[in-house]
Ligand binder design. Structure first.
Ligand code: FAD
Length: 386
């Protein structure tokens, strides 16, 4: 990290030891392979297995389910290190931070025993499916249905934009139950991908995040056992809202750490590259732009640290997480764009990381709730006097 940052006090020695392990692992196992994964449009399962063997997946899962029983900070370290190494292919945040947390927080003992050890080991990859072709931001309008049957439920519907959908062994699916409209009629199900009728559609071609598969999923009258229901019937929307701060904080971690990487790359490049007999870094425009980004980064790391600390103590609220996601993801797009400009034509070449970072950054303002929805959440809290 650049020298102008303030000391970070949220991590202790164990987090830093973990950081060292993650960094070494990514340098050896991910960085040399990343281009290949981007070409293939998917990260191989062998990488997930190696990450599992190294203890990097789901470090927050208790030891009784095969994890290390760490606090939230370990997940934040993981996110920071992935961004630092430029690894966007394997979405650990969806698998570990988001999906494992749903099972941990709302699953029965049998569900935890069945899925968590395999998720920690990387033998079961998990995705989450809320978005449908006709609705994303307006989650209450989903149409996928889970109708009660004699021995469980019949699941019918289609989901889209599902991160890790092509590779997944299980998917947490939001579906409508009991014929009840609105938020009270939404339930969550742990849907085993081997069940007949679980169809993985095409992997979608995207602007960025090329090494992550993003898939369409179809549930063609899938017979779900009763124990596929996660928590209580009709409580799905409440669970989704409960986990949103976590999901949005994971995006904020990525946003700040990626902005830092873009800044570091730009400093390094503008020190080397010359024009009109001087370094690009010697032009006042470059110096001022970098000074502005450095100041933004100073603020961003402070905000992030307070949010991580607050979340680790179970106190980060939905509007606070929304504000953090909004500000940091918008910052990331601005920073990456400004830094790319300093690379001139090379900034547009995909062999330069800054070009890929530009394409990768754009989604941060869309998934996990768009910037407009984040503003709605914050505005509602202002109106309510929170
Ligand atoms: C790469 C990628 C990965 C994803 N991964 C997943 C995943 O793993 N699981 C999953 O379930 N989903 C996933 N998504 C879906 C993502 O969360 C949605 O795309 C996002 O929530 C927006 O929904 P939408 O695309 O339907 O846009 P829409 O809801 O149709 O919105 C269109 C536009 O209208 C605006 N808008 C909508 N409502 C309002 C409002 N009330 N006020 C003001 N403006 C509004 C939006 O901000 C947006 O600009 C992923 C998407 C992508 C692209």
């Amino acid at each position: 990290m650049a020298p102008l940052t303030l000391p970070r006090t949220i991590y202790d020695e164990t987090h830093e030891l973990f950081r060292g392990t993650v960094r070494r692992f990514l340098e050896c196992e991910a960085v040399p392979e990343h281009d290949g994964w981007e070409h293939a449009g998917i990260t191989p399962r062998s990488f997930w297995l190696r990450a599992g063997q190294e203890g990097l997946l789901c470090p927050h899962v208790p030891e009784s389910y095969g994890g290390a029983g760490g606090d939230y900070r370990f997940l934040a370290v993981l996110g920071e290190e992935l961004a630092r190494a430029g690894i966007t292919a394997a979405n650990f945040a969806v698998h570990a931070d988001i999906c494992a947390s749903y099972v941990l927080h709302y699953g029965s003992e049998a569900q935890k025993q069945r899925w968590l050890p395999a998720m920690v080991a990387g033998t079961a990859l998990v995705s989450i499916a809320m978005t449908e072709p006709d609705t994303g931001s307006d989650l209450q309008a989903i149409r996928t249905v889970a109708e009660r049957s004699a021995d469980g439920y019949r699941l019918r519907g289609a989901k889209t934009f599902i991160t890790g959908g092509a590779n997944c062994d299980m998917c947490i699916v939001a579906a409508r139950t009991g014929g009840i409209p609105g938020s009270k009629g939404i339930s969550l199900f742990l849907v085993d991908a081997v069940l007949p009728g679980f169809q993985k559609g095409r992997s979608l071609q995207k602007l960025g995040l090329k090494g992550q598969d993003t898939a369409e999923l179809v549930f063609d009258d899938v017979a779900l056992p009763r124990d596929a229901l996660l928590g209580e019937e009709g409580a799905g929307f409440k669970y989704l809202m409960g986990e949103l701060p976590r999901e949005r904080l994971a995006i904020a971690v990525l946003a700040v750490a990626t902005s830092q990487r873009a800044f570091d790359l730009a400093v390094e490049y503008t020190r080397r590259r010359k024009a009109f007999g001087q370094r690009i870094l010697d032009f006042q425009n470059t110096r001022f732009k970098l000074a502005e980004i450095q100041s933004d980064l100073l603020a961003a790391w402070c905000l992030l640290d307070r949010c991580i600390e607050s979340h680790a103590n179970g106190k980060l609220t939905v509007p606070q997480a929304a504000a953090a996601k909004l500000w940091t993801s918008e910052l990331q797009c601005r920073v990456v764009d400004t830094c790319l400009q300093m690379f001139g034509g090379y900034g547009y070449m995909l062999e330069y990381p800054i070009a890929r970072m530009y394409a990768d950054a754009r989604i941060q303002r869309i998934y996990g709730g768009t910037s407009e929805i984040m503003k709605e959440v914050v505005a509602r809290a202002i109106d309510a006097g929170d």
